[in-house]
Ligand binder design. Structure first.
Ligand code: ADP
Length: 243
């Protein structure tokens, strides 16, 4: 799509949302039988799957830490996830997204409980529509809980950005492509920020307001994450089975 003349008309965005409204979100917990924990998430046009394995033995062994578990996070975009076929395999962007996403989740995991082991998190983006790192973190957080990994809390993520000189929550693809700023944020329910990046420009006042908008968005996502886990485990009398 070429750059629209206007992104916001009478307070409503081109996809029908208000400026502080998230895209529709749907979580599904425990969709993969072979993973210890898993989650499928649709967040607007994004479709992602997160799979968690572990705690398990570290290979290669020289990577193990004697006092804590290590956390590995692998973000991958499928070739068919974007309009033009994406060249398969890792690239600079996926390496960066994997690193910041791991750092967004690591602080809430009780890694000291599992010395010499590894917790592996895999995120596959099946369909991308801006905000895939946030979608990946949301799904991975739920998948970690589904795997029974002891955590201080969940982590929730969304982006805030600027289009038409206006702050908007949870950018879609066109807003991300042609917008003036994109700020992905991840927070704990207590408001601790575990991921904060910024592409583009915001004034310091815009940044403060935008951060509050993102935190509110994350609080709403947190409710959905919790509801998805409750929906699975309140019916699951065996507790923790992925069958
Ligand atoms: P995020 O997905 O977290 O917003 P970026 O801001 O880097 O990360 O990317 C924004 C969007 O651009 C992605 O969600 C995706 O829709 C698109 N995109 C990213 N990489 C590619 C690529 N290699 N080819 C086509 N589109 C891409």
């Amino acid at each position: 799509m070429s750059k629209p003349e206007k992104f916001i008309e009478d307070g409503i965005r081109l996809d029908g949302r208000k400026i502080d409204e998230l895209r529709p979100i749907k979580f599904e917990v425990g969709i993969l039988n072979r993973a210890d924990g898993s989650c499928y998430l649709e967040m607007g046009g994004n479709k992602v799957v997160a799979a968690v394995y572990g705690p398990r033995e570290v290979h290669p062994r020289h990577m193990q830490k004697s006092t804590t578990a290590i956390v590995r996070y692998k973000y991958n975009m499928a070739s068919f996830s974007v309009e033009d076929r994406k060249r398969p395999g890792p690239d600079r962007r996926s390496t960066e997204v994997s690193k910041v996403s791991r750092q967004a989740l690591e602080p809430v995991i009780f890694v000291e409980k599992y010395p010499r082991s590894v917790i592996d998190i895999f995120v596959e983006v099946l369909q991308a529509d801006a905000g895939t790192r946030a979608a990946g973190i949301n799904a991975a957080s739920v998948a970690l809980a589904d795997a029974g990994i002891p955590m201080k809390c969940l982590v929730s993520a969304c982006a805030v950005g600027k289009v038409d000189d206006t702050l908007v929550l949870d950018l879609n693809k066109d807003e991300d492509n042609y917008g003036q700023a994109d700020v992905p944020v991840a927070v704990t329910p207590g408001g601790n920020i575990t991921l904060l990046q910024m592409d583009g420009h915001l004034t310091s006042d815009e940044f403060k307001t935008g951060l509050e908008m993102a935190k509110k968005g994350c609080a709403d996502i947190y409710k959905l994450q919790k509801a998805a886990l409750m929906a699975k485990y309140s019916d699951d009398t065996e507790g923790g089975s992925n069958e």
